[in-house]
Design a protein. Structure first.
Length: 199
């Protein structure tokens, strides 16, 4: 059994954390999506909030690895919704593994929205599981625009030992103190730093 510096929290535990920040991030992300686009949604509570924002949109093709996002989108008659498939990680309610990876090889997307346990300017996305980081790397590579959606408390932390390297040109969408986003700006990452009254 792997030993981590911090225990991985479940999706259920994370849903209520930094709620206002996640809502602000989700609303901004939804505002970037244009009719006719093909969208890829990762697992995670912030990306699930984005799925909620997109549920009443039309003329979108949305592919996801998230059971929570699927649930949000399942009632929409005006969206085309695809599931990558794979092995279920119950703690995150996300699908991972070679089935999902193989499916990605046959697809491309206008935008990919990724979640993260934490994100570091130098190392990229940190997760508890190597299958997650491998899948996130592939997701970012298959999209014209890749976004990482994380509230400010997740910047610069290194709670686990699995990392996903991000391709050049990715965008960090967050709600952080300016000092916390400076390392990302210094490495050429596009940063959208949203104000949240409650932080």
């Amino acid at each position: 059994m792997a030993h981590y510096a911090h225990a991985e929290s479940s999706l259920r535990q994370r849903i209520g954390e930094a709620f206002e920040a996640k809502q602000a991030i989700a609303r901004w992300a939804a505002s970037q999506v244009e009719p006719g686009e093909s969208i890829l949604l990762d697992a995670g509570s912030t990306v699930a909030a984005l799925a909620h924002e997109l549920r009443n949109r039309s003329h979108l093709a949305i592919t996801t690895t998230s059971l929570t996002a699927l649930n949000e989108l399942s009632g929409s008659e005006d969206l085309t919704v695809h599931c990558l498939g794979g092995t279920l990680r119950k703690i995150s309610q996300g699908l991972v593994g070679p089935i999902a990876e193989t499916a990605l090889e046959h697809l491309s997307f206008d935008r990919a929205f990724l979640g993260a346990d934490s994100v570091d300017a130098e190392r990229g996305i940190c997760e508890a599981d190597l299958q997650q980081t491998r899948l996130k790397e592939l997701m970012a590579q298959r999209a014209e625009h890749a976004y990482v959606l994380v509230h400010g408390e997740k910047l610069g932390r290194r709670p686990f030992h699995a990392w996903a390297r991000m391709p050049l040109g990715w965008t960090l969408v967050t709600t952080a103190a300016q000092a916390d986003v400076e390392p990302f700006l210094n490495r050429g990452v596009t940063v959208i730093n949203l104000p949240v009254a409650s932080r």
